[in-house]
Design a protein around this ligand. Structure first.
Ligand code: NAD
Length: 296
């Protein structure tokens, strides 16, 4: 049975580490937050008191950290010097393509197998083990990556070589940011027109407006019980994280010369919402801004 080191036990990593433990794997967990670590221990993980202690005997190292700077620092300063030669290193965080490729090259030069494996699906999917993984790795390493990800995964797709998983992720999340704003706008308009937003859900979820933001993450409480709209937009996918991904998409688009006007508008709206003090709320709380409930 595989030994897993799991670094980063927040909204996503907590549920993911718990799935690994539930699958019978020995999970050595570490997070800077004691509360996050305590939750992982309650879910069956073993607490490590540092990254180095967590990775020392691990077959697989999984990181689920906020952004590129944390990922680069943790791998270069804490993982490479402590992990076993040949260990499989999987970064599931959402970060920029260039950092992912730099970390991958450094990992390979240090004798490790590396894959970027960002996820789609949100906290409910993390807890249920039904995430979609988009993987950037050498083709021959995919079977080992799939085995390591299996307890957390509904589907694992190799996007291409190092960095391709992150490219897929930022394109996906730009689409998600745009679709969430569209869903919130439609609900706000429905309400103004006297149409019950719950009735609108019934219709849109069976019509051509159907999308994940409607069917799995409806920003109005009620129709999708697992959605953060039912718990005052706490937990879930923070607005600050969505803003980070939209910025990554805009930076990538500028470098690649791609035209992404809707992505740019989504970034501007999420920057406004975060600037009003809502960066810690789930990104579907954007509904309040579009319903005109917040002073701008
Ligand atoms: P989070 O902030 O809840 O969790 C990040 C965790 O990393 C925190 O517990 C933090 O204490 C820990 N951490 C930070 N620096 C550390 C370090 N140096 N060493 C050890 N632990 C450290 O974030 P999250 O929502 O779980 O997101 C994690 C990643 O997953 C992000 O890159 C995000 O973009 C991506 N993601 C999130 C969602 C979602 O729905 N929340 C969905 C898909 C992808």
């Amino acid at each position: 049975m595989q030994t897993i080191a799991f670094i980063g036990l927040g909204n996503m990593g907590g549920g993911m580490a718990a799935r690994q433990a539930a699958a019978g794997r020995q999970v050595r967990a570490f997070d800077l937050s004691e509360a996050a670590l305590a939750r992982a221990v309650a879910a069956g993980c073993l607490a490590a008191d540092s990254v180095a202690a967590a990775v020392a005997d691990a077959d697989v190292v999984i990181t689920m950290l906020p952004a590129g700077p944390q990922v680069e620092q943790v791998y270069r300063e804490q993982v490479f010097g402590a992990a076993r030669a040949g260990a499989l290193l999987l970064d599931c965080s959402t970060i920029d393509v260039d950092t992912a490729r730099r970390v991958a090259r450094a990992a390979s030069e240090a004798g490790f197998v590396f894959a970027d494996a960002p996820v789609s699906g949100g906290t409910a999917a993390a807890e249920a083990g039904t995430l979609a993984f988009m993987v950037g790795c050498e083709e021959g390493h995919l079977p080992a990556v799939e085995i390591a990800l299996a307890p957390m995964s509904r589907v694992t797709i190799r996007a291409g070589d190092w960095g391709a998983g992150q490219a897929a992720k930022i394109c996906n999340n730009m689409l998600l940011g745009v679709s969430m704003i569209g869903t919130c706008e439609a609900i706000a308009l429905a309400e103004k027109l006297g149409l019950d937003p719950e009735r609108f859900f019934e219709i849109a979820s069976k019509s051509s407006g159907q999308c994940w933001s409607v069917t799995s993450y409806y920003p109005w409480p009620g129709p999708v019980p697992a959605a953060p709209s039912n718990r005052d937009y706490q937990g879930g996918f923070a607005t600050a994280m969505m803003l980070k991904d939209l910025k990554l998409a805009q930076e990538a688009a500028a470098r690649a010369g791609a035209s992404t006007p809707m992505g740019a508008q989504a970034e501007a709206l999420y920057a406004l919402f975060a600037g009003l003090g809502h960066g810690g709320r789930d990104f579907s709380a954007m509904l309040a801004l579009l319903r005109g409930q917040l002073a701008t």
